[in-house]
Design a protein around this ligand. Structure first.
Ligand code: F6R
Length: 612
């Protein structure tokens, strides 16, 4: 949600580094964008409203080989996505320029105070007050003023700031929004919301913590505590992400590329963690001990959006395999509803970014109540991983498409792995069953590859159905969450109304929606509930609905009861969500593309929702 990038150094033209970085960060927000540099003794600030590819020439105007720049891509919170609300924002004297991710909650109070002192404001944003507040500070050492001003801000912020008197520095501060420093040996220093912005220059990063501030210059980072003002040690990490992973690699869209990466993503998530001969899952670096897990009597999974749906699959899998009560809760509800949790509860937060505001708040609450906390996360070193007792990384690589695909799949694999691991601790599954499970799990990447070979079949179904305005997705048991995820993918990518429902619930209301204008997408793969879902489909057909069935290859009986089929490979039931979701991702992708919509950046959305 909003992307920040900054560069200081004399090796590259700073505006180019920042513009390229903005392109990589655009998935975080794409309402408007802007760029600022120090040119001579003044500021040059260019801003525009709309997607980067349409305003790139506006942002480049007058930019040359300057050696410092900051940029921002916006997802609007305060104020419409107009040019005047786009970041960067300057003070009246045009000496200070600010980009910001987050929300300043006390901005109206500060604005009133600064207006009374004569400051004039040009935008409706909360961010603009920061530039004015900084200008209002009187200490001649800007770093001191910077700290004093930042301490007055309430809310969430990742800030990057230039001051004309310090032409090679970028000042920064962070609270509840991600911010990363990138180090390169001889090529300058970087600042960004996300490693993707700087991957083509460096993989050595420092993740900033909350309530830290400081500045980068061309050779180093200077880091301090906001509370005490004392210097802090710099901790560097080297990321294992490959810069090529953040490119489209010949695919028309990141989403299509990420769908095709899924076989390798599953291999990476499983990598080195399975011992089939002994029927064991190996998690050697896991920070929570088996003894701690054996004291747990209940699990709560918490997350948002697609990550939540992966958590719902996790609930079904963990309860079945580990015989332990599991709830899955939306983080935005959990954090405010005073939930009953205690030291015997394990709270698992699931997140691609590890930066989702509600998920972070949910885990804080769980910690405060003494629960053991764990994260299933993609982004290494993200905020979530630093707030939990243990992290299971899913190793999906950078996910750029705003609609999550490969991270969803890897999260589900993460739950399958964890369930197997816990089943051994709890002694709820025989080693033979675990061996069989592991054997089947290892076959999943090859099966996804096989399914992807038939994507043209999914395209044909998408061509037939692209103009319908309503869809009902039905699934049951392990694949009820798959139905929810399939419906979410269709609605977010193609703006078509799609409901996901547990198929057994259809009679209790949604059946009233059904007619020939509302196709049903039913997950009808082989399973213990196959006959039940089949009856639900017959009820839909009796109301003239067209039915698209997600069917197991070779199941001729199912093919005869649906109008169109999306074929998946055969696997054991507990793993079926991993295969069934693939054609639903492709269906949503194709419908969106056929409609000429922006697949990678659907309207109103942003990846990594760092505000409430
Ligand atoms: C939908 C989607 C979102 C995210 C949600 C949580 O395709 O991507 O629903 O799943 O915003 O994000 P993370 O996983 O980063 O916490």
């Amino acid at each position: 949600m909003c992307g920040i990038i900054g560069y200081t150094g004399s090796v590259f033209a700073a505006s180019k580094v920042v513009l390229d970085g903005l392109e990589r960060l655009e998935y975080r927000g794409y309402d408007s964008a802007g760029l600022a540099t120090i040119k001579g003794s003044g500021l040059l600030v260019n801003r525009g409203s709309g997607k980067l590819r349409l305003i790139r020439s506006v942002l480049e105007k007058g930019m040359g080989s300057e050696s410092v720049a900051i940029g921002h891509t916006r997802w609007a919170t305060h104020g419409k996505p107009t040019e005047e609300n786009a970041h960067p924002h300057v003070d009246n004297a045009r000496r200070i320029v600010v980009v910001h991710n987050g929300i300043i909650e006390n901005y109206l109070d500060l604005k009133g105070e600064l207006s009374a002192k004569g400051h004039r404001f040009d935008s409706q944003t909360d961010t603009e007050i920061i530039a004015h507040l900084l200008a209002d500070m009187e200490n001649p050492d800007f770093l001191v003023s910077f700290r004093q001003a930042v301490l007055r801000l309430e809310g969430a912020y990742a800030l990057a700031v230039l001051h004309v008197n310090y032409p090679d520095r970028i000042f920064f501060a962070r609270k509840n929004c991600p911010l990363i420093v990138g180090h390169s040996e001889n090529e300058g220093m970087f600042l960004g919301s996300d490693p993707a912005a700087m991957l083509s220059y460096t993989r050595t990063v420092t993740y900033l913590n909350d309530l830290e501030y400081g500045y980068i210059d061309p050779t180093s980072v200077h880091l301090f505590s906001l509370n005490s003002g004392e210097p802090l040690p710099i901790q560097k990490e080297v990321l294992d992400w490959n810069p090529v992973a953040a490119e489209k690699g010949g695919y028309r869209h990141f989403m299509l590329k990420e769908i095709h990466e899924q076989p390798d993503v599953v291999r990476n998530t499983l990598g080195g963690r399975l011992d089939e001969a002994r029927g064991k899952v190996l998690l050697p670096d896991f920070q929570i001990s088996p003894e701690q897990f054996s004291k747990i009597d209940r699990i709560v999974i918490t997350a948002c959006g697609t990550a939540y749906y992966s958590g719902l699959v996790g609930k079904y899998v963990l309860e079945r395999l580990c015989r332990i009560p599991v709830d899955a809760e939306l983080a935005s509800e959990f954090r405010y509803r005073d939930p009953v949790i205690n030291e015997k509860t394990l709270v698992i937060a699931v997140s691609q970014s590890g930066e989702t505001a509600d998920t972070l708040a949910a885990i804080e609450l769980a910690r405060a109540r003494g629960a053991t906390t764990m994260a299933i996360v993609n982004v290494k070193g993200s905020s979530l991983t630093r707030r939990v007792d243990g992290t299971l990384y899913i190793h999906a690589g950078p996910e750029i498409g705003v609609a999550s695909t490969k991270a969803y799949l890897a999260m589900v694999v993460g739950f399958e792995l964890f369930a197997l691991y816990l089943s051994e601790i709890r002694n709820t599954l025989s080693s033979d069953s675990r061996r069989e499970f592991i054997h089947e799990l290892k076959l999943i990447p090859g099966k996804i590859e096989e399914q992807l070979k038939h994507k043209e079949d999914v395209l044909q179904v998408a061509q037939k159905y692209q103009n319908y305005r309503n869809f009902l997705y039905l699934g049951r048991d392990y694949n009820y969450p798959t139905a929810l995820e399939g419906a979410l993918k269709l609605k977010e990518l193609s703006y078509i109304h799609a409901e996901g429902y547990a198929s057994g619930e259809m009679k209790h209301g949604p059946i009233a929606l059904l007619d020939r204008d509302c196709p049903v997408v039913a997950i009808l793969s082989e399973s213990s509930v196959y006959e039940k879902v089949l009856s639900n489909i017959q009820e839909a057909r009796a109301r003239d609905c067209l039915v698209i069935g997600v069917l197991t290859e070779g199941s001729t009986h199912s093919a005869s009861v649906v109008d169109d089929s999306l074929i998946t490979q055969r696997t054991i039931e507990v793993l079926s969500p991993l295969l069934n979701v693939i054609p639903l991702q492709l269906f949503a992708y194709f419908v969106s593309d056929l409609k000429g919509l922006d697949v990678d950046q659907p309207r109103n959305l942003a990846k990594s929702v760092t505000v409430e």
